[in-house]
Ligand binder design. Structure first.
Ligand code: BGC
Length: 867
């Protein structure tokens, strides 16, 4: 592949400027205006006071694999200055920098202390202790006593912006104190500033919900704006919103509670009850607004909520019901004074029957184009009646229980009107399945006697037109679990040495090629490429074709012309090494360690620096797009598709075939450290966003997505060995549903299984999850890969100086379940696969036929990618 975006000079390339602009528009559209009183926003460029940990140390995206190594990005301070504001509080920002520096040093020192103790105890070097130890707690926000009074009387006191930042990432979860809740310093400073300035604007540079109850209630605070973690152009996009160059049109994709304790079973999350190993999903299907609405808990800001600078009038016009298809027509008119966009959301309330149903569930949504004042647009929102079905373990299938289905239209989960009733006169099993996830070993909440309601609801319900559904028009099907994939071992009767090229030309089938491979060769195909030796075990040290890529498929079958596919993270853009060196044959010789400081601190043996006198520098700067949560907040699937297309162009430009994104786990609890990498608490929003992204990425031949982490990766503490106990219904309606929607709508070529266990079985080795549901029920035709290092020998002990209850997943088990490639791949993985063939004493014996199924899918992937 020609890597056209790789540059020999450090100057800004044309693609960078173009992509920055696209990222900026998306970032602005993902910002959500929560509060705006007394015409606080928009504001004109002027003298401004700027405070807060997010002002200069703006977070562009979280940490870990979700981070992107960019050339530069605009902070809140940069954005304000670029837009023409004069920041008057540089002294405060400088003083705050000092506080942070001291905090960082203290945190590093305490971390080093921990690592030294582990190193001593285990008799290993410090850097090995770092690999062996659990991911540290995120660096806490420092308290400080920087006085604000010293300059507040001397500067222009018209406008203050206080930017609150939060950061998190893989391997560690968030905390309630000083994280979900604001710090005492933040609360005190904001209260003081709000008194002193005519306009006080709080900007939330966060990846997920924080407790804003106090600032929402404070009448001196004019505006609260979720900037989110907005990628490369975040600061500039923020100022587009602050100045009114762009009108806010983002809406929440997760419910923001008044306090953390309002989330279901909040006190049982990870570190809060001390049980890291087992998580019981006791809220069942009542996740997010399904819980808040069904149990009548008033959110601070509901799901779907977000303000604009203009006003809209939304009028339900009509509905068309044709067989299984429903179209809701809604007219949106801009009745305010500036241009803006509105999102219309359609929810349904299913009748209570044998199954308890939530108060309501989202079934469709659409955003208007940019409407000028007085302009209008009719939105057509489609859904299928069969999509209103619930999962019944008793029926073992998806069922539309008889009764009235209320259709509600509005612009947040707490602002809807009943417009229509669909009357289904008999129970219909739309899909007959098998129950495959076992009986839940705990009790989940199933019913509520106190649902949310509003004064006009009863009247609306009575007067809404009733449409009787022709039940014969609803398609029904029974799943055939016969497993159409080849599970028998065939042998080759062809003498010719079959190459990949011959298969591509149609001379031979994939099966005929596979039949000529040895078990060792197939095992290599089903493991990521590895370098021999100790270093190979360290993630990040597997760069072969593209510096900084997370992994790639094997080159060992080169003699047959089997190509190599390269993978990079995800999900906030491409995670690559920005600067490296090549020799005269363009062979990569050295990359500048990204974490130079840490390498020094951990006394890591520096990788020997080759003689670079004849080497040439190469640059690869990718664009950081807004985090997934921010993209979901746009409620604009077309925009997400465009972002996907842009990422895809960068993939081709840098030589990446498989993007390890989008992440699409459900935002079950706000403390999950990776929520920012995920879209929403709602499966439909998650599925539609992932589908839009996939459509964009896969619009270029040679690029595909990997939707991840399948499934229930909802806790980062002990992430490799956390056992999620989930009922079959909650799994299917909530945690798998988004993946199902994405598979059906966009056909992603790859899926990544998660680290956690599901009802006692690692998802990586879960046959029911990876084959019965994914392939047999959903007809998924792509590959599944493991998450990085899930099979690591000793993962159970290496990932901690603590005891983990559950062991690492088994290589044979992965193949048997239909996990086609073990990543990043080690020699031990490949050997273990071979050893497991027809071996009764293996942990999970496999047949050659089962290995052939996975190997076949790998070749099919290369062909689909056009390699
Ligand atoms: C993460 C994945 C990521 C992979 C490769 C893992 O630690 O969980 O999301 O794609 O690393 O970097």
């Amino acid at each position: 592949m020609k890597r056209e975006f790789v540059a020999t000079s450090n100057s800004i390339s044309a693609y960078e400027s173009k992509h920055l602009q696209i990222a900026r528009e998306a970032a602005a559209e993902g910002m959500v205006l929560l509060k705006n009183i007394n015409n606080c926003l928009p504001i004109k460029p002027s003298k401004i006071a700027l405070f807060g940990n997010g002002a200069r140390r703006t977070v562009k995206g979280g940490t870990g694999s979700g981070d992107v190594n960019v050339r530069q990005f605009s902070t809140v301070e940069d954005g304000l200055e670029n837009a023409g504001f004069v920041v008057q509080t540089k002294d405060w920002l400088d003083a705050y920098d000092k506080v942070q520096k001291e905090n960082e040093t203290a945190w590093m020192q305490s971390r080093l202390g921990e690592l030294r103790a582990i190193a001593e105890q285990k008799h290993v070097p410090l850097y090995v202790a770092a690999v062996l130890s659990p991911t540290p707690k995120a660096k806490p926000e420092p308290m400080h006593t920087l006085t604000l009074n010293y300059n507040l009387d001397t500067i222009d006191n018209d406008i203050a912006v206080y930017a609150i930042a939060r950061n998190s990432g893989e391997g560690t979860d968030r905390f309630v104190e000083n994280d979900f809740d604001l710090t005492a310093t933040e609360e005190a400073d904001i209260t003081l500033i709000a008194k002193k300035f005519k306009k006080c604007i709080v900007v939330l540079n966060v990846g997920g919900a924080v407790n804003v109850s106090n600032i929402a209630a404070n009448p001196n605070i004019g505006a609260i704006l979720i900037m989110s973690q907005a990628g490369s152009a975040g600061g500039d996009a923020l100022c587009d919103i602050l100045t009114g160059k762009a009108t806010p049109s983002g809406k929440l994709a997760m419910t923001w509670a008044k306090k953390y304790a309002d989330y279901p079973y909040a006190d049982e999350f990870a570190h809060l009850d001390g049980d890291y190993d087992d998580s019981y999903y006791k809220e069942g299907i009542y996740v997010g607004y399904r819980y808040f609405d069904s149990f009548n808990i008033e959110p601070m800001y509901p799901f779907g909520y977000g303000l604009s600078y203009t006003d809209f009038e939304t009028k339900y016009l009509s509905a068309k019901v044709e067989g299984n298809d429903v179209t809701i027509n809604v007219l949106v008119k801009n009745i305010g004074k500036c241009a803006g966009k509105e999102v219309v959301q359609v929810y349904f309330s299913a009748p209570q029957g044998q199954l308890n149903k939530p108060y309501q569930e989202l079934i469709g949504y659409q955003k208007t184009m940019l409407l000028q004042p007085s302009a209008n647009e009719t939105l057509k929102i489609h859904f299928k009646i069969s999509d209103l079905a619930s999962y019944s373990e008793a029926f073992s299938g998806w069922v539309l229980e008889k009764g009235e289905y209320l259709i509600r239209v509005g612009n947040s989960s707490r602002d809807t009107k009943i417009v229509l009733k669909l009357d289904i006169t008999q129970d219909i099993i739309t899909v007959k399945t098998k129950n495959v996830f076992g009986k839940a070993d705990f009790t989940e909440i199933t019913t509520s006697s106190n649902m949310f309601t509003y004064p006009s609801e009863e009247k609306e319900g009575k007067s809404a037109p009733n449409v009787k559904i022709d039940t014969k028009a609803i398609p029904v099907k029974a799943v055939d679990y016969s497993d159409a994939t080849i599970r028998v071992n065939t042998t080759s009767s062809i003498n010719e040495f079959i190459t990949y090229d011959m298969v591509k030309k149609g001379q031979y089938s994939i099966g005929q090629l596979i039949d000529q491979l040895s078990p060792q060769e197939m095992a290599l195909l089903c493991c990521g490429a590895y370098k021999d030796g100790e270093k190979a075990q360290i993630i990040g040290n597997i760069t072969i074709s593209v510096p900084g890529a997370a992994g790639e498929t094997t080159a060992a079958l080169n003699s047959r012309g089997i190509p190599v596919a390269v993978m990079a993270d995800g999900p906030a853009g491409l995670r690559l090494t920005p600067k490296y060196y090549v020799d005269k044959d363009e062979k990569f010789v050295y990359d500048e360690p990204e974490m130079g400081e840490i390498i020094k601190l951990l006394e890591l043996p520096e990788p020997p620096k080759p003689d670079l006198s004849d080497a040439e520098i190469r640059y690869q700067y990718a664009t950081a797009i807004p985090i997934a949560t921010s993209l979901a907040q746009t409620w604009n699937n077309e925009l997400i598709r465009q972002i996907g297309q842009m990422v895809s162009d960068e993939m081709l430009g840098f030589g990446i075939h498989i993007w390890l994104a989008p992440g699409m786990n459900i935002q079950k609890n706000p403390l999950c450290g990776r929520n920012f990498e995920y879209f929403s608490e709602d499966p439909l929003v998650s599925g539609k966003c992932a589908a839009a992204m996939t459509k964009g990425v896969q619009s270029n031949e040679g690029a595909c997505t990997t939707i991840k982490h399948y499934a229930c990766n909802n806790q980062e503490t002990h992430r490799m060995s956390n056992n999620a106990h989930v009922s079959e219904r909650a799994l299917r309606e909530i945690y798998l549903k988004g993946f199902q929607v994405a598979v059906a709508d966009s056909d992603p070529f790859a899926i990544m299984s998660s680290y956690n266990l599901l009802n006692g079985e690692h998802t990586a080795t879960h046959y029911a999850l990876l084959t019965s549901v994914l392939r047999d029920e959903w007809n998924y035709s792509g590959i599944v890969m493991t998450d990085w290092g899930t099979t690591r020998i000793g993962a159970e002990s290496s990932h901690g100086n603590f005891k983990q209850k559950y062991k690492a997943s088994d290589q044979g088990g992965c193949i048997k379940a239909g996990n086609d490639i073990i990543m990043p791949g080690t020699k031990a993985d490949a050997d273990k696969i071979v050893e497991s063939i027809d071996n009764k004493s293996a942990k999970c014996p496999i047949t050659l036929g089962e290995l052939k199924v996975c190997a076949t899918r790998m070749i099919k992937l290369f062909i689909r990618l056009g390699l």
